[in-house]
Write a protein that binds this ligand. Structure first.
Ligand SMILES: Cc1cc2nc3c(=O)[nH]c(=O)nc-3n(C[C@H](O)[C@H](O)[C@H](O)COP(=O)(O)OP(=O)(O)OC[C@H]3O[C@@H](n4cnc5c(N)ncnc54)[C@H](O)[C@@H]3O)c2cc1C
Length: 419
């Protein structure tokens, strides 16, 4: 049994939300979008027609982010409907997410730096009244820049923004309002239903000019006017143009954590976070699971404010996943929204586990709360096995340079669909 649509009434999800937090809704949206994933998407994807009118893009991101829908199944469904050439643009966009995930896994210190600098910026907000005033105007949509204020409102009301609006918003935040990019990334992360440590942090870095040497993204009035089909014309409103932050080369590419080998005979537990709830495709050998533990990191996204619609979406998505998991395997499950390594150690002890399989460990707020987990579990006689999906295993280590080079690995990544 999955959550019924009317059960959403008690939640903070906007009434009539386009994103019910369940897999059935994700599959419905994917099915409806498939005919548009070819030519329509490639010619119309940059137009932001406003709230409730995002039909020319897939609007699948909240489900993909929690993996109620996998990138691999989205790609497979699109390629079953369109020739590769016709759907190439859409497939490439899906792979941007894969690229960002891999890029951050190979350089997790970028995430740690972001969180440290964010803490500094949050302290600065408390001390600097004028900075705080400008920040409050931006997050409440009261800057006087019409388009920006409308996007700020759309973000807080729906938990979603079109990609082009995100680019314009971030650019105006940094280059016109002169606000620190980390505070903008945090405002997005705390409000987007699809808020993701990799896609969000690295996209903000890209706009601010920190991701690629000599390249930042500057919104212009003409571009906004054209791609909003005249809904906005900020001519004369985008005045101040601070210089881009100084580019420093990213840290050297590191190694992905080693994937472990699952022992089917061991007394096993399944560990998941809100980053991968793809229980419909566990891609694992037959294991006799004793119990599953899901750690919901959504409340830890922002030190300033994580919107109720974000945590509600995440919790309901977890319920949906566990309900489907229980229908296929008789196992007990637990969900924790307030957790640390001790929570996991207690769970392993309670179920006398000798093996805990972690489905797709990724850099972000949930993993931040589990330092030394592997060693602590080992001391208790339980082996931590990191498990990565074939798509991730193939793609993430390729994110060593820019997206242009990553794209060349696409045929190999798509091969995992037929494996
Ligand atoms: C400043 C900024 C912040 C962003 N923050 C996030 C975030 O927190 N989470 C997130 O999922 N995306 C983020 N994006 C990327 C992109 O804007 C969204 O993925 C996209 O708008 C989601 O809408 P859609 O599902 O209709 O996308 P479509 O255009 O229909 O694309 C299909 C899927 O591909 C993926 N995708 C598409 N474009 C990108 C991209 N540029 N980068 C990464 N993945 C992409 C998404 O999973 C998306 O659902 C950000 C972009 C910017 C500029």
């Amino acid at each position: 049994m999955t959550l019924a649509f009317d059960e959403l009434a008690d939640m903070h999800l906007p009434a009539g939300s386009a994103w019910p937090p369940m897999r059935t809704a994700a599959v419905q949206r994917l099915t409806a979008f498939l005919p548009l994933a070819g030519k329509v998407y490639s010619s119309r994807r940059n137009f932001d027609l406003g709230p409730g009118r995002h039909q020319q893009v897939s609007a699948l991101s909240p489900w993909i982010r929690h993996r109620l829908l996998l990138e691999s199944e989205v790609a497979a469904a699109v390629l079953a409907r369109h020739r590769f050439q016709a759907a190439e643009k859409f497939i490439q966009e899906v792979c941007w997410r894969t690229y960002w995930k891999g890029w951050l896994e190979l350089r997790p210190s970028i995430w740690a730096d972001y969180r440290r600098n964010l803490d500094r910026q949050v302290s600065a907000l408390q001390k600097d009244g004028r900075l705080n005033q400008r920040y409050q105007a931006a997050v409440t949509g009261n800057t006087g820049i019409d388009c920006f204020d409308a996007w700020s409102q759309e973000l807080s009301e729906t938990g979603y923004l079109h990609n082009h609006a995100r680019m314009w918003f971030a650019s105006i935040w940094v280059f016109n309002l002169g606000l620190p990019w980390e505070l903008g990334a945090d405002a997005f992360f705390g409000q987007l239903l699809d808020g993701d440590a990799a896609s969000n942090t690295l996209s903000w870095r890209w706009v601010a000019g920190l991701q690629t040497a000599g390249k930042e993204y500057r919104a212009t009035a003409g571009n906004i006017h054209k791609f909003t089909e005249g809904r906005f014309d900020p001519t004369g409103q985008l005045l101040a143009q601070p210089a881009a932050a100084e580019f420093t080369p990213p840290p050297a590419v590191g190694q992905m954590p080693q994937a472990g080998t699952i022992d089917p005979a061991a007394s096993s537990g399944l560990l998941m976070t809100d980053d991968d709830l793809g229980v419909h495709d566990l891609e694992m050998p037959a294991v006799h699971w004793q119990a599953a533990l899901v750690l919901d990191g959504s409340a830890y996204r922002s030190p300033v404010n994580t919107a109720a619609h974000v945590t509600d979406f995440s919790q309901a998505a977890i319920t949906d996943a566990l309900t489907r998991l229980a229908a296929t395997r008789p196992l007990t499950s637990a969900v924790r929204t307030d957790f640390d390594s001790q929570t996991v150690l207690g769970f392993a002890k309670q179920h006398q586990l000798s093996q805990l399989v972690w489905l797709t460990p990724t850099t972000g707020p949930a993993q931040d709360r589990l330092p030394n987990l592997e060693a602590d579990l080992a001391a208790q006689g339980c082996r931590l096995v990191r498990h990565y999906r074939p798509w991730d295993r193939r793609a993430w280590p390729q994110a060593t340079h820019g997206y242009f080079r990553f794209k060349k690995a696409l045929p190999g990544i798509l091969e995992t669909l037929s494996a």
